[in-house]
Design a protein around this ligand. Structure first.
Ligand code: ADP
Ligand code: MG
Ligand code: MG
Length: 244
């Protein structure tokens, strides 16, 4: 359903992705791991179609169509949603005001009430957006706003960074629910607590390790987590080079 083929990407004239390929089938959840600066966010941003991410070669096939030359808004309209940081321009708006503005574009928020409940965001409805929120609260609201956009492909870039255990477990439930609903998920995460729990529930279809813009390994979570414990990111990358 989403297929990335030999993707080479430059940012500001620097080659960041050096030929990445992966196939994400309908309803699958894939995890992207790798050290800082490996190109994980670059991959998600490129799939979403953000400016500055220049596809030098390769393709991104979504529902049979190569989308590399399609603008961000067209990809968003077809359901490719990147969970991004929301701009400061939203300051002063309450969550309720933003949700009701979004309802005009995406339809009734009632359809995604399940997410508001799991993420426990209703208590923030009448507060100015993000003001005085903890890191975990902010991440919960961001994930809720992502789901309000009715993703068919959810590109989640570290939705779990710096959050408390309670928030992690809420994120876990949301991921289980997204998968149940057939949403395709690409999740960048380092949080083994979350990843091990998802793997134990058989929610993760594939884990990809990106090191220095290349795919160092792909496979089922059990295998990849084991490799990571034994060799670390660099060890996996070196093994991949030796194997060719
Ligand atoms: P990761 O998400 O794996 O930590 P990124 O994809 O954010 O890595 O970054 C990969 C490399 O691309 C880094 O060296 C980073 O500095 C560079 N990079 C990413 N975005 C930009 C940008 N907008 N301008 C310049 N360099 C960038
Ligand atoms: Mg990073
Ligand atoms: Mg990143």
């Amino acid at each position: 359903m989403l297929s990335v083929r030999d993707l080479v990407v430059e940012v500001e004239g620097r080659r960041i992705l050096q030929g990445i390929s992966m196939d994400i089938g309908p309803g699958e959840l894939h995890v992207i791991m790798g050290p800082n600066g490996a190109g994980k966010s670059t991959l998600l941003n490129t799939i979403a179609g953000l400016r500055h991410y220049k596809v030098v070669s390769g393709s991104i096939i979504f529902q049979g169509i190569n989308i590399v030359n399609k603008p961000l808004y067209e990809r968003a309209r077809s359901g490719i949603v990147l969970a991004h940081q929301f701009p400061p321009a939203l300051k002063g708006l309450t969550l309720r005001e933003l949700v009701s503005a979004m309802e005009r574009i995406y339809g009734s928020a009632r359809d995604v009430e399940w997410a508001a409940d799991i993420l426990d965001v209703k208590k923030f409805m009448d507060r100015p957006l993000f003001v005085g929120m903890s890191g975990g609260e902010r991440k919960r609201v961001e994930l809720y706003l992502t789901i309000l956009q009715r993703p068919r492909v959810a590109l989640l870039d570290e939705p779990d960074s710096g959050v408390d255990i309670e928030t992690l477990e809420r994120i876990e439930e949301v991921l289980v629910e997204l998968k149940k609903r057939g949403v395709l998920v690409l999740l960048v995460s380092h949080t083994m607590y979350l990843l091990e729990r998802l793997a134990a529930r058989n929610i993760i279809d594939n884990v990809h390790v990106i090191v220095a813009g290349r795919l160092a390994a792909s496979g089922d979570p059990k295998k990849i987590f084991e490799m990571l414990k034994e060799a670390g990111f660099q060890g996996i990358a070196e093994g991949a080079r030796v194997r060719g």
